[in-house]
Design a protein around this ligand. Structure first.
Ligand code: AMP
Ligand code: GLY
Length: 422
């Protein structure tokens, strides 16, 4: 089989390494991939948003199955376009990807179908939003409607900060047209859990839970990033909570999407907060999380490609989705200065013995050398019997990797370890 994976980050590298385990796979193409992914797939210089070129490539090269991993092409209708030309795909169509593409859509969906989430109001008029803030409790959470690279959420501690956030989104267009509509919502508290789930639109099979570390600095300080590291499973996500989430969140979401005529197939990502009043949805994503994928897939014991194809073909119920009982930890190595500004182009050295544990996010080949080429450069994952061992092993591997201006957090997994002790 010839497989095509759209995307070029650490998540895609983890997906590709796992798909390679299937004996029927002859070739894997990554569009565009990156210099590190090139060790595991044939990288093709086609951008993940260039839907026309992606479809042409798939048709010309006889692709048997396509995996569309990032949010942008999904929201832009990459799956629809490929399916129209007869290429079966993993991932939702555009009318279902809207669950991530529009926060207004997802909040209204949850309200309509009684799925627990933070109380909220939607505004498309700045003056109305500003006057609403006068009576809203602080902290207040302000979210731009559309995709904003994970940066469209502001937690305002004071009324002034909240007003500033509304003005920068709606008047100054900080996130472009994503700020034409905004959501102002209740501030929730509690541990956060990421749960990725396979679904064929009928059956939902959740993957092992995980914990992201979104802030740039140790001790959860500094700016929000795409994610500086992950551990799985998430110790806060007990079996009782998992059952509750299945009945009150996962199944109702899949059913709600069907009822709206927007059947979701692929990987549905539930960003949950375990509040004192029960689990609530903070966000939905229409795809695998990054860097959640880099801890979740290494724990998957079933064949990934078989499970993916089952979501497309509608036979997920009969398909085994089994996870190991072990623990995984992924530490992201970034470029100093990420997520604001950083230098690129430093030579990277990744020893051969640990290459299997490394998922490359931002690198390119130049003159035969592998050079850094992004904010998040790579992730290093370890799978061990205990969380403590997985953390220790990942940091040992990090010490063996070198590139200029490398930066990483030193406390990935600490909160999870503390929760185990508590
Ligand atoms: P999102 O991009 O929607 O994942 O939001 C980014 C982060 O903001 C989340 O991971 C939470 O830590 C935080 N957040 C979002 N919504 C809320 C909320 N209603 N209450 C408290 N924290 C929130
Ligand atoms: N790690 C969070 C995300 O993928 O959106």
């Amino acid at each position: 089989m010839k497989i095509m994976v759209v995307g070029g980050g650490g998540r895609e590298h983890a997906i590709i390494k796992k798909i390679k385990e299937n004996k029927d796979v002859e070739r894997i193409y990554a569009l565009p991939g990156n210099g590190g992914i090139a060790a595991d797939a044939e990288c093709v210089e086609i951008g993940a948003k260039d839907i026309g070129a992606i479809v042409e490539f798939a048709v010309q090269n006889g692709i048997d199955y396509a995996v569309v991993a990032p949010d942008d092409p999904l929201v832009l209708g990459c799956v629809d376009a490929l399916e129209e030309r007869g290429v079966p795909c993993f991932g939702p169509r555009a009318n279902a990807a809207i669950i991530e593409g529009s926060k207004v859509f997802s909040k209204n969906l949850m309200k309509k179908y009684g799925i627990p989430t933070a109380a909220y109001e939607v505004f498309d008029d700045m003056e109305a939003a500003l006057s609403y803030l006068e009576t809203a409790p602080v902290p207040t959470v302000i979210k731009a409607d559309g995709l904003a690279l994970g940066k469209g959420v502001i937690i305002a501690q004071t009324l002034d900060e909240a007003k500033q956030a509304v003005i920068s989104m709606m008047q100054d267009k900080q996130f472009g047209s994503s700020g034409d509509h905004i959501v102002i919502e209740e501030f929730l508290t509690g541990p956060e859990v990421s749960v990725l789930a396979f679904t064929d639109g009928k059956t939902v099979k959740p993957m092992v839970s995980s914990m992201d570390h979104k802030r740039a600095g140790d001790g959860d300080t500094g700016l929000n990033t795409g994610g500086m590291g992950t551990v799985a499973p998430n110790p806060y996500y007990t079996e009782d909570i998992a059952e509750q989430c299945m009945e009150t969140i996962f199944k109702p979401t899949v059913n709600a999407m069907n009822a709206e005529g927007r059947t979701f197939k692929g990987c549905l990502y539930f960003g949950l907060m375990l509040t004192p009043n029960g689990p609530k949805v903070i966000e939905y994503n229409c795809r695998f999380g990054d860097p959640e994928t880099q801890v979740v897939l290494p724990l998957l014991e079933s064949d990934l490609l078989t499970v993916m194809m089952a979501t497309t073909n509608g036979n997920l119920e009969e398909t085994e989705v089994k996870f190991s009982e072990k623990h995984a930890c992924c530490v992201i190595m970034a470029s100093e200065g990420y997520p604001v500004s950083y230098k690129k182009g430093f030579e990277m050295v990744i020893p051969e013995q640990i290459a299997d544990s490394v998922y490359v996010a931002g690198a390119k080949f130049d003159g035969g050398k592998l050079l850094t080429n992004g904010g998040r450069v790579l992730g290093v994952t370890s799978v061990c019997d205990t969380l403590r061992e997985a953390i220790t092993e990942s940091y040992e591997k990090v010490e063996k990797i070198s590139f200029g201006n490398a930066y990483y957090r030193h406390d990935i997994g600490k909160r999870a370890l503390d929760a185990h002790k508590a």
